[in-house]
Design a protein around this ligand. Structure first.
Ligand SMILES: [Zn+2]
Length: 404
């Protein structure tokens, strides 16, 4: 921009000196300058091309779209090979947006193909002389919003009535998962929120993060403030810097239902024998990722006839957890590997002695299998002492916004 402006100013001065031209000519010059400003799409100057935008039709492949735009099969094959490790071209899905940038000459050959993975991410296939494939990201603009409400019936209904996204409700209930039992919400409980709305080119694409929240439950206020302690670690903390998280997640999967709880005596669904069930069964879709519920070291990642594929994690001298019946253990998860809370360790399946896809989650305290729901679990780490002052400053400014 600056460069073009500089050229314009210098050029104008020069023309004035040489020809002493009148105002009309100057205006023309500005129009010419407008045209000099190139127009970009996905970082490509498209002025001299034909830009076609469409969506992938039912059953359509990338090869088919390229072929329609005068790329031959030999070239398509080369593109597929070049894409390896960058984007799997078989994952071009029906309904997704794409752009073909074609030459305007008689060949009308595609020069670029751009596939939009989602609202922010895209892949560029540069089809000129040498084929090149790379990923790109659109600039997301964030608008900060506040919202508040008093609950009459459920949190979901109240937030919906306010026109708030269900994703925001889900996010809020995740933040408070350990603090508030959302099944026991009462009339006159309430919330205040400060959060991000995301836009691309002025178009709303969804919510971002919740930056601050106040939840009032039974007349008590529970605060949460988003804070990044370091490059790799973000969490929500309360007004004095304690985390809202426990050292253990409530569940090792995003589950559909708990199909069997810990009990000292139950009839086994496969063997029919009466025996204690010392785990909690979480039914979930086959292939659903299974998380380690806390930081720890893998002490087993193996297979047995009853357990199927399973992983066992030792968290400290007191707690150990185990995850059974996996369809697959995640590659790289083996004895000795350190995992963090929420890291994927495997995928839901029904290997071993299991009737359907589920995770049998076992929880040991001092070498004894116990019911994790009956334990008073330790809290996650608070803000580190050296970050406390910085956190308090952030917290104070967020609190001010919340209370406005
Ligand atoms: Zn089980």
């Amino acid at each position: 921009m600056k460069k073009w402006f500089g050229i314009l100013v210098m050029g104008t001065a020069l023309l004035f000196m040489l020809f002493n031209i009148n105002k009309d000519t100057l205006e023309n010059l500005e129009i010419i300058n407008d045209k000099l400003e190139p127009s970009y799409e996905y970082g490509i100057i498209v002025d001299s091309f034909d830009v076609k935008k469409d969506i992938v039709k039912m059953g359509q492949t990338m090869g088919e779209i390229l072929y329609l735009n005068h790329i031959n099969h030999f070239e398509i094959n080369k593109i597929v090979l070049k894409s390896k490790g960058i984007f799997d071209v078989r994952r071009v899905n029906t309904g997704k947006k794409y752009t073909v940038i074609c030459s305007t000459d008689s060949t009308q050959r595609a020069q670029y193909f751009i596939y939009e993975i989602d609202a922010t991410n895209y892949v560029v296939f540069d089809l000129r002389d040498k084929i090149d494939v790379y990923r790109g990201k659109r600039k997301v603009n964030i608008k900060l919003k506040t919202a508040s409400g008093t609950i009459n019936s459920s949190l979901w209904l109240t937030m919906e009535e306010q026109g708030l996204s269900p994703k925001l409700t889900a996010e809020l209930s995740t933040i408070y998962a350990w603090t508030i039992d959302f099944f026991k919400i009462q009339k006159n409980d309430g919330f205040r929120l400060y959060y991000e709305d995301k836009y691309i080119n002025g178009e709303y694409i969804g919510i971002g993060r919740i930056l601050a929240a106040e939840f009032t439950h039974k007349g008590q206020n529970f605060y949460s403030f988003y804070y990044k302690e370091n490059q790799n670690f973000v969490d929500y903390y309360d007004e004095i810097g304690n985390t809202l998280r426990k050292a253990f997640l409530m569940a090792p999967v995003d589950y559909k239902r708990i199909s069997s709880r810990y009990s000292k005596r139950r009839k086994h669904p496969v063997t029919g024998r009466w025996k204690g069930h010392f785990g909690t069964d979480y039914a979930a879709e086959r292939g659903t990722p299974i998380w380690s519920t806390a930081n720890g070291t893998i002490i087993a990642a193996s297979y047995t006839k009853n357990n199927g594929n399973y992983v066992k994690v030792k968290h400290n001298s007191t707690y150990t957890t185990q995850y059974l019946h996996m369809s697959k253990i995640k590659p790289g998860i083996r004895k000795g590997v350190y995992v963090k809370q929420g890291d994927i360790i495997g995928y839901v399946g029904s290997t071993g002695l299991a009737t359907g896809p589920h995770v049998c989650y076992r929880f040991w305290k001092n070498n004894k299998q116990v019911d994790p729901f009956k334990q008073k679990l330790p809290a996650g780490d608070p803000i580190k002492i050296e970050n406390r002052d910085a956190y308090m400053l952030v917290k104070d400014s967020l609190m001010k916004i919340l209370m406005n």
